[in-house]
Design a binder for this molecule. Structure first.
Ligand SMILES: Cc1cc2nc3c(=O)[nH]c(=O)nc-3n(C[C@H](O)[C@H](O)[C@H](O)COP(=O)(O)O)c2cc1C
Length: 199
């Protein structure tokens, strides 16, 4: 059995939906999946400034545990999901990655598969830059980075060759079937590569 950890941050549910689709793809290839949501770093004052943020975060926190270092060790593959923050990874997800220094020192993540999915509000708001901003930490930790490529027909309709994405506007719309299919493909491909590496 191939173990896939999907560790994500999401504030209004877009990344949660992409993560769920990636989980579906991974499970369709026989993986056991752990879906985990990293917790808030910003204050309650910030979280209550935009209608829906606080309530959505509470709902997700009831549905998903926070990721742990043990989850990362358990996983054969890790898919990271983050909303774009000023063209870059969210501090919430990065903070969890930065908590893995002990595993880095012990070489515990070396040889695992790593992959990234992302979302933005604007069409050209930085999805590719955000995905690429996570490739250096994945490399430092010893992951083998697996992009989506154009290795499935789904990738000609949505997402990027680096990872699945959605650009959902300022009042986030639900993800489309094409965006869902790209994320599903990412889960499939990551699982196939991780399974092959397990031998
Ligand atoms: C502090 C902050 C910075 C953001 N920066 C960007 C950005 O650089 N480009 C963009 O298109 N959207 C930006 N957004 C919008 C989010 O990326 C968007 O709401 C998110 O991808 C939706 O995902 P979620 O529903 O999973 O939270 C930003 C939002 C916040 C709160």
């Amino acid at each position: 059995m191939t173990n896939v950890l999907i560790a994500f941050y999401s504030r209004s549910g877009t990344i949660e939906s992409l993560a769920a689709a990636a989980a579906e793809g991974a499970r369709s290839e026989g993986a056991e999946v752990r879906l985990r949501r990293v917790r808030e770093l910003v204050s309650d004052e910030v979280m209550t400034r935009v209608p829906g943020w606080h309530e959505t975060a509470q709902r997700m926190n009831a549905a998903y545990e926070a990721p742990s270092a043990e989850d990362a060790v358990w996983a054969d593959a890790v898919i990271l999901g983050t909303p774009t923050r000023f063209g870059c990874v969210s501090s919430e997800l990065k903070s969890w990655i930065d908590s893995l220094g002990g595993l880095w020192a012990a070489g515990k993540l070396v040889g695992k598969v790593g992959s990234v999915l992302s979302s933005t509000a604007s069409l050209h708001g930085g999805n590719e830059a955000t995905i690429l901003s996570l490739w250096p930490p994945l490399a430092h930790l010893g992951f083998i980075i697996v992009p989506t490529g154009y290795a499935d027909p789904a990738m000609t309709k949505a997402g990027t060759p680096y990872g699945a994405t959605a650009a959902v506007g300022q009042s986030p719309r639900p993800i489309t079937e094409d965006e869902r299919a790209a994320a599903r493909w990412q889960g499939c491909r990551v699982t196939r590569v991780a399974t092959a590496l397990r031998g």
